[in-house]
Design a binder for this molecule. Structure first.
Ligand code: SAM
Length: 283
């Protein structure tokens, strides 16, 4: 066990400093004062962070700390802390470490006995969750799913019966595929996309996975919030197929078109959907 009082000692400190996720004003007064106080700031991308520093007229030495140099930079940061320097870490946006670099240097600094102080601040997942209208807790913050669909579906299979709300990050070029996989593996559930939080085109898209997967243009940054598994709502695969076919027919598709669409949505042969429909639907 290691009990560590962060403020009542003379030890050097590594500060984790959250930065805005869109709106430049989303930075705390304390974050700005710590940014001015650190001897050196490590940033995921110095070109991004320099804009923030210039905006707030903060002049401090800036170095990079990212996925590809974290092993060598961890040693550099530890040496600086050993010299008694105060070090800051920022990512491009939001809370460092949350789907961003920083975990290794936090672990190493704790192990070496230094203070590790995280300032409270902006985070896309929690901000999106709060305004989603989906039960806020318990929740699991999953971050990014695997970029490959087959691996992503396997990850989702493991999450399928989790009853807590699930939070995902996704890049714009993968959002459609990921929404499709979420629907394919989880079936229909309440879900929400929190898009471009704190920016000019902030948008909340609240609905169900079957609706969200059909959305066309989804540019910008997004958090996906999906409600947890509810056994009370569980429907058998056969019933789900029948009701999906019926819903499409009601929307104006012919039976044949509906079979074809449901088959492609589920990655099944049309003949399977035809058979399930005729065996299970009530006249
Ligand atoms: N560390 C950040 C945080 O605390 O939220 C997250 C960094 S992660 C590399 C970037 C992902 O966060 C994006 O792909 C998106 O899923 C989400 N994200 C970041 N900014 C966002 C915003 N303004 N609106 C919605 N999602 C955002």
């Amino acid at each position: 066990m290691d009990r560590h009082s962060n403020y009542y000692n003379e030890l050097p400190t590594l500060y984790l400093i959250p930065t805005p996720i869109g709106n430049m004003e989303d930075i705390t007064i304390r974050a700005l004062s710590i940014l001015k106080k650190v001897d050196i700031l490590f940033a995921e991308d110095t070109r991004v962070s320099i804009k923030l520093l210039n905006y707030y007229n903060v002049q401090i030495p800036l170095k990079s700390y990212h996925e590809h140099n974290k092993a060598t930079q961890t040693d550099v940061i530890l040496s600086l802390l050993k010299e008694g320097k105060t070090v800051g870490l920022v990512s491009d946006a939001g809370m460092p470490l949350m789907s961003d670099p920083g975990f290794e240097i936090v672990q190493a600094s704790i192990e070496a006995g230094f203070n590790v102080v995280s300032l409270p601040g902006p985070n896309a997942a929690l901000t999106g969750l709060a305004m989603s209208g989906i039960k806020p807790h318990p929740f699991t913050f999953y971050g990014f799913l695997n970029p490959r669909s087959s691996k992503r579906q396997k990850e989702l299979e493991l999450l399928k019966t989790r009853t807590e709300t699930l939070l995902f990050y996704e890049a714009p070029h993968r959002i459609k595929d990921t929404l499709y996989d979420l629907y394919k593996v989880f079936g229909d559930r309440k879900a929400c996309i929190a898009r471009e939080i704190s920016k000019k085109f902030e948008e909340m898209i609240r609905g169900t996975l079957s609706e969200l997967k059909d959305l066309e243009e989804l540019p910008g940054e997004m958090v996906i919030i999906v409600s947890g598994y509810d056994s009370a709502l569980e429907v058998t695969e056969e019933v789900a197929i029948v009701s999906r076919v019926e819903a499409l027919i009601e929307e104006g598709l012919s039976k044949n078109e509906a079979f074809k669409k449901v088959a492609s949505e589920r990655g099944l042969a049309k003949s399977v959907i035809y058979k399930e429909y005729h065996e299970n639907h009530l006249d």
